[in-house]
Design a protein around this ligand. Structure first.
Ligand SMILES: Nc1ncnc2c1ncn2[C@@H]1O[C@H](COP(=O)(O)OP(=O)(O)OP(=O)(O)O)[C@@H](O)[C@H]1O
Length: 576
């Protein structure tokens, strides 16, 4: 809630105005029964039509005034709550964008989606209710009480019974309903999680005929959510019949006790009507206040969940005085070790190598040997747990993340594209790249043929995740995006796997010209594609099993020789 108050500050004048408008509206609502009493006591009893018309006119004017200010309050409250919601969503988005994979993993994608959508809506709704009720209910309750006691202290004694009764019922309902409301968000998280997995994995689910199992899993989560919502609403809706009963009973008691008093002349009929109206207002206000309290736990749960994201400590943070690198395109690993958070075994142990501008270093090793992890460390998706990584002679932790990543063109293992135009996707590499630079990048990545074939060329649209492209086409655009950046360091994480032999060869030839002044790191599976690399780093279970050229490693590194033997023919091996 600390964050919420800071979010309200920019709208303090609107809030003040909304509160003031509601206070005026509540004040005019309090005045109406007094005028009505005068109409009955003076106008009707004394048969004075002029008084009835005059006071009736005043009542109409007061009602219009109250209605107008209530409308103003609604407008301002909706504006404030919608703006606070928008700001919260933007802040969560910004924060999540700055998350490293380590931080996103702490929450999970599904929970982050629910937190930025449903949790924000909960806060918005609560704020709206609060701004409407925060002054109205207390003014009507206290003002109504004072005016009814002022009119007839004896009749007002009825409230001594009905108020505690109402308070008791509300607390009973709240006690039963509130724990249910707090578990709603967790169940919603689960539904979002399954829905997300289902949508992203729909092809695999179908291919393996898992629809029924997935359907059952989703139904179960959905049933859990529905069940909790129904139980909560069932408990909460009890409030209405109970309070209506109490209100009806109270009014009956007032009329029952007030009628003989009016008959004996100790009280005017108009005063009985006034007390009935005030008592109704008082009890309605208590109900409103209890509704706002009933919404509070769910809003607090949402606020806590939002704060958890906004206050999440940055695992990867920028140094207070970021440095600039001196050299260009030099990459050095100095005795680097890394263990994933929560993992028992290190993913990388004691890795050391240096790659200069213009050199290509290939990384090879069996699956799970730590190749992708090594690239992740250069990008600072994670920080090393031992040793250091130098880019242009400076520890990667001493750069600002933007500066560091600006030096790198990264092509991930699985090509990631976004909905929008091809050009828009490529400009993620470099925002100010001209069309001709993009065309050049596309041509180097051997993507020009299929890009030009599309209507609109570079401006052709891509569907979400690049779903209207083949795996190889996505990979080539992903490479073009890195090329468009013209980085100092290229990181290719097994990025040629979906390409056919000819395209692969053409692409590598075109790339070699482009990357001649840059450091290139290529994670590869095929020995044939990296045999000409300046050095090859062989990883085995996260350890550095060998470092050298293809020829050197064939002689000195049994792990490399084994990989090479499994892929190259005897003739090729003899030739080496
Ligand atoms: N986010 C993570 N959290 C915990 N452990 C992880 C994480 N990512 C990878 N690992 C573990 O770290 C080790 C190295 O994984 P990595 O992805 O770097 O291997 P790789 O050599 O790139 O494999 P592949 O060739 O299959 O892509 C593996 O044992 C893997 O289980």
């Amino acid at each position: 809630m600390k964050n919420l108050s800071s979010h309200l500050r920019p709208y303090r004048w609107n809030i003040l105005l909304a509160v003031l408008a509601m206070a005026i509206s509540a004040g005019s609502d309090l005045g109406l029964p007094l005028l009505l009493a005068q109409i009955v006591n003076v106008g009707l009893y004394q048969d004075d039509l002029a008084v009835v018309l005059r006071l009736g006119g005043w009542m109409l004017a007061l009602a219009l005034l109250g209605g107008g200010f209530a409308l103003l309050n609604s407008y301002l409250s909706a504006q404030v709550s919608a703006n606070v919601g928008r700001t919260l969503r933007a802040e969560i988005f910004d924060k999540v964008e700055s998350f490293s994979p380590a931080e996103s993993g702490m929450f999970g994608t599904a929970s982050l989606i629910t937190r930025s959508t449903n949790d924000v809506v909960q806060i918005q709704n609560y704020l709206l209710a609060l701004l409407r009720m925060v002054v109205r209910a207390p003014i009507l309750a206290v003002g109504g009480l004072a005016l009814s006691v002022g009119t007839s202290p004896t009749l007002s004694l009825v409230l001594c019974v009905s108020l505690p009764l109402l308070a008791f019922s509300v607390s009973l309902v709240a006690k039963k309903g509130l724990p249910l409301s707090t578990s709603m968000q967790e169940r919603l998280d689960r539904v979002t999680l399954i829905m997300r997995e289902k949508l992203t994995g729909v092809r695999v689910i179908r291919a393996f005929g898992n629809e029924e199992y997935e359907q059952e899993r989703f139904d179960q989560a959905s049933r859990d959510l529905t069940g909790t919502a129904i139980r909560m609403n069932r408990v909460m809706t009890l409030l209405f019949p109970i309070s209506n009963l109490i209100m009806g009973g109270t009014i009956t008691a007032i009329v029952w006790l007030g009628a003989p008093m009016a008959g004996s002349g100790s009280l005017l009929v108009g005063d009985v009507i006034v007390i009935v109206q005030y008592v109704t207002q008082i009890l309605m206000s208590i109900m409103m206040i209890s509704m706002v309290f009933a919404m509070l736990p769910r809003a607090v749960t949402s606020a806590v969940r939002i704060n958890e994201v906004l206050d999440a400590p940055e695992v990867i943070s920028d140094p207070s005085a970021p440095r600039q690198g001196a050299a260009r395109g030099e990459l050095a690993f100095e005795d680097v070790s890394f263990t994933y958070p929560g993992a028992e075994e290190p993913a990388l142990s004691h890795i050391s190598f240096t790659s200069h501008a213009g050199e290509t270093t290939a990384i090879i090793g069996s699956t799970g040997s730590g190749k992708s992890s090594l690239l992740n460390l250069i990008l600072r998706f994670y920080d090393v747990t031992g040793g250091r990584i130098l880019v242009d002679g400076v520890d990667v932790r001493e750069y600002s993340q933007q500066e560091l990543r600006g030096k790198i063109g990264y092509v991930p293992q699985r090509a990631v594209l976004f909905s929008g135009s091809i050009a828009g996707n490529l400009r993620l590499g470099r925002e100010d790249a001209s069309d001709s630079e993009l065309s050049r990048a596309v041509s180097i990545a051997q993507a020009d043929e299929f890009v030009n074939r599309r209507e609109g060329g570079l401006e052709a649209g891509l569907s979400q995740g690049g779903a209207n492209l083949s795996g190889g086409q996505k990979q080539r655009l992903s490479i073009a995006r890195a090329v468009a950046r013209r980085p100092e360091i290229y990181l290719f994480d097994d990025s040629f796997s979906a390409l056919d032999f000819t395209t692969d060869a053409k692409l590598r030839a075109a790339l070699s010209g482009e990357t001649k002044d840059a450091t290139v790191l290529i994670v590869a599976q095929r020995v044939s594609t990296i045999r000409h690399a300046d050095r090859i780093l062989v990883l085995d279970g996260g350890e550095q099993a060998g470092l050298g050229t293809h020829r050197e490693l064939l002689k000195s590194c049994p792990v490399y020789r084994e990989i090479a033997e499994s892929q190259l023919s005897q003739k090729e091996m003899d030739y080496e």
